[in-house]
Ligand binder design. Sequence first.
Ligand SMILES: [Zn+2]
Length: 307
Amino acid sequence: MAKKALFEQKITCPVCENGFTITRVRSSACFVLRRESDFRVKYRDLDPLLYSIWVCPNCQYANMENEFVKGLSENDKKKLKTELPPLKSSEPDLWHERTPETALRAVHLALRSAIIRQAPAIVMAGLFLRGSWIFREIGNTEMEKEFLGKAKRLYEYSFEKESNRYLEQMGQARVMYLIGELNRKLGNFDDAVRWFSRILSNRNMVVEPDLQRLIRDQWEVAREEHKKGSAGEPQEEKKEMKPVEISIVLGHEQAEWLKHVVQRSFEYHGARIEDAEIIKVIIELLAEKYPDLALKSVEELKNLLAV
Ligand SMILES: [Zn+2]
């Protein structure tokens, strides 16, 4: 790797105000090889993706380089200042030349910061997408898919429920295309086709010619793959589940415990345990402990849990 392509820059952490030096990639040293269908840009020699997340060595606040300083509100800073120190972990060198493995640590730390400050789903989606690109780079297909799946769900959530500057910057059509393409990559061809057609059938939507071409190409690929019968990629399992609304009031200690469980999952697995998954485990444990459980009402469950 050409050392001259890298340079150092002094940064002040917006959370703890510690000064540190990070390594950046000179854009003049980057040569684009190709653009992949999920917006991953492949470069020759040097991969700027590995350096795209900055990490403060003191408080371990981490974020995308263009969001690191200006992307935080005062409230975000306050939350990070209180909640990061107890989570401080021992990390590899993230401030000089990076490997895909060290870059993945930076992604995990950025996800941790994003969860603490309750960043919009689209921000989290972008981090998972970047993580999946790095896993693709090192040939870890299983983790690549896991991260793609998380990115897909978060983009879908963001598209349906959020309205923020990130969505505006990216543009509706690009977000919709990405959801379609991630579905295709995960083997959900029907969903992929549905998202692609939703964009092209909307006459009011502004779609740049390049993106239009990409949508038509990937639509065709999805149709072909569908005909071939998933091309060896398993369809993402679809579970028909009736939504059940459960409201749970947690005491302070219980809430702290839950937060701890969610944050520790980052330390070990680099992924967030969703609240719904925790509830699922609790229900499964209950079912295991009381295999013959047949409850007729919520009251009966309440009584059982109170024992
Ligand atoms: Zn800091």
